[in-house]
Design a protein around this ligand. Structure first.
Ligand code: SAM
Length: 241
């Protein structure tokens, strides 16, 4: 039998707890992965950690699991939001998947002055975040927000949340994040293919909470920049150390 199948479920978990499967989950588990009654999978709900669960009912479009034992404690990611300007669909999917794997707690698509893609499919992006969490062994799935104008987010900025503003205008030696600023709520902001406007730069420069940073001497694609920024932040201030 292959490696343990992991499923994110919208249901509280506990010893003996039965968990109903969605039609899609039943199709995947029984139709595609050929599992059946007595087989064990791993389930997580984002609050109760990960649990081993046995298939107790298996039908074409439905099924029931029963929790056996907790196999991993709930592990919340740091309080880190990723704000990014959507780019082409496949690359936006990539950003969401990597943000989930790299431990963002929330993923916020933002509309900036030079953002091209006007629309996103939030439910599709949320499904990518779920798949990434199932695949990477996480017990938490970041929430993907609706596309929101950056100006509106900055208007309502929470005072205590620091903002790692990745500014392509600073391309050069990568900025070292200050270890003294470890802890507390943070956000990372990545711009679109067209970069940030001067008005956006001026507004961000005036924000006490903003830290304008360079991600090195080369101009990175937005999806590369998102991964680089998440890795830089996790390594310096997050749960990688
Ligand atoms: N069109 C812009 C230009 O040619 O200068 C490039 C924008 S870049 C493709 C997309 C985003 O990635 C930027 O807005 C910034 O957030 C981030 N980025 C890319 N390279 C960076 C760097 N060297 N330092 C800081 N941020 C960078």
């Amino acid at each position: 039998m292959g490696s343990t199948i992991r499923l994110h479920v919208e249901h509280r978990l506990g010893a003996g707890q039965t968990v109903p499967l969605t039609a899609a989950q039943a199709h995947y588990l029984f139709g595609v992965m050929r599992r059946g009654p007595g087989d064990v999978v791993e389930v997580f709900d984002g609050r109760d950690g990960a649990w081993s669960a046995e298939v107790v009912e298996a039908r074409k479009k439905a099924g029931v699991l029963q929790c056996r034992a907790q196999v991993a404690p709930q592990r919340k990611p740091p309080d880190l939001h990723l704000l990014f300007a959507p780019i082409k669909k496949a690359r936006t999917d990539f950003i969401v998947e990597k943000a989930a794997e790299l431990g963002a707690a929330r993923i916020c698509p933002v509309q900036t002055d030079f953002t091209n893609s006007e629309r996103i499919r939030r439910d599709r992006l949320q499904a990518h975040a779920v798949e990434a969490a199932e695949q990477c062994g996480g017990t938490y799935v970041p929430t993907v927000d609706e596309l929101t104008p950056l100006s509106r987010i900055l208007d309502g900025w929470e005072g205590t949340r620091r903002l790692m503003f990745c500014d392509e205008g600073l391309a050069g030696p990568a900025t070292a994040l200050d270890p003294a600023e470890r802890g507390g709520p943070w956000a990372i902001l990545i711009g679109p293919e067209g970069g940030f406007s001067q008005a956006e730069r001026a507004r961000l420069a005036a924000m006490d909470a903003a830290r304008a940073v360079s991600l090195g001497p080369r101009i990175l694609r937005a999806d590369t920049a998102a991964v680089a920024a998440l890795a830089l932040w996790q390594s310096a201030l997050g749960d990688w150390s």
